[in-house]
Design a protein around this ligand. Structure first.
Ligand code: SF4
Length: 321
């Protein structure tokens, strides 16, 4: 059952990056990284954001934590509008919302032992020092490591072990929300499944909420409750994981699924042709029209809105009813 109030309310979020003109063209340009994205995430949910590179999902993850400032729109976490907070208040609230990045090795300082890395957030957030050792041992145990790893440096651990340390550090301040930004894509395939299972266990044990960012539908299938499909800065389909996999409606979602073998079965949509257009100059109307096999003239002229087809399943496509 959902609470009435979402844990995280993302409303009409926009992020544009200005780009300087060149010698040949002094005209200022703008990268449309994220355009008018709205999404609610409820406590205990796992919502996955999936799309090709450059679709805006990573920008969205960073805007959610206000690691980068949105151009417009709101991020409301536990009833607090993050855009209204000063730096100190923002740092305090970030204890409740942590991020796990793609590359675990670069997330850890090579000069710090694992123990020192795990002490950092406890020090920053003024946790009494007498609690540190006990908390760190519990954290390591929760992620499948132990006291024997405390005095090691990141280069002495495998990629999977480093990611476990990063996860332990993200959990150290008992957050409610974790933004997982491609947390397994830098790992060996055999280790990816272990880390996904670890996220699943931690979520059940701690009642965590995840915003899981990935380019791979197959990776998020077993962990997520809902999936949002992003294309060129827009959310084009949002629904329960079962619904999106069993009844995908947007031609882009269908093409992504066609490229994702499941249990040896391939969906019968045509594979994606061409490349993602430049976010400096997104196509008019539906941003997918340059690659869509079903595109019609209306698709070039009018932007389709994200509409509810049935409860909890929304799609942005003129041809879907
Ligand atoms: Fe394709 Fe048109 Fe639908 Fe866009 S609106 S996905 S171009 S059919």
């Amino acid at each position: 059952m959902r609470d009435n109030e979402p844990l995280l309310h993302i409303s009409h979020l926009v992020k544009h990056f200005p780009v300087r003109g060149t010698w040949f063209s002094r005209q200022k340009k703008v990268v449309h990284a994220l355009d008018d994205v709205s999404l609610d995430i409820y406590s205990g949910e796992v919502v996955a954001l999936v799309g090709e590179s450059g679709c805006g999902k990573t920008t969205l993850g960073r805007c959610v934590l206000h690691l980068i400032q949105p151009s417009s729109g709101q991020v409301i976490f536990q009833g607090t509008d993050l855009g209204t907070l000063d730096r100190k208040s923002l740092r305090q609230i970030r204890a409740q919302m942590q991020i796990v990045f793609q590359n675990p090795v670069s997330s850890l300082s090579p000069r710090l032992t694992i123990k020192a890395s795990l002490e950092e957030p406890l020090r920053t957030h003024s946790i009494p020092q007498e609690e540190w050792d006990k908390r760190i041992l519990i954290l390591l145990e929760q992620v499948g490591l132990g006291a024997q790893h405390l005095d090691r440096y990141p280069h002495e651990l495998s990629g999977g072990q480093c990611q476990r340390v990063v996860i332990a550090r993200a959990l150290s301040l008992e957050p409610r929300l974790l933004v997982l930004d491609e947390p397994t894509s830098a790992l060996d395939v055999s280790v990816q499944a272990q880390i996904i299972n670890l996220f699943d266990d931690l979520r059940k044990q701690h009642g965590l909420t995840y915003l899981f960012i990935s380019h791979d539908l197959g990776v998020v299938e077993h962990l997520s409750d809902r999936i949002g499909i992003m294309y060129l800065g827009k959310l084009v389909e949002l629904g329960s994981t079962v619904e999106v996999f069993e009844n995908p409606q947007h031609p882009y979602t269908q093409a992504l699924l066609a490229a994702t073998p499941r249990l040896g079965v391939k969906e019968d949509a045509p594979p994606l042709a061409g490349t993602v257009p430049s976010p400096l100059q997104p196509p008019t109307g539906c941003r997918f029209h340059t690659r869509c096999p079903l595109a019609q003239s209306i698709c070039i002229q009018q932007e389709p809105m994200l509409r509810e087809l049935k409860p909890h399943h929304r799609v942005a496509c003129h041809l879907v009813n």
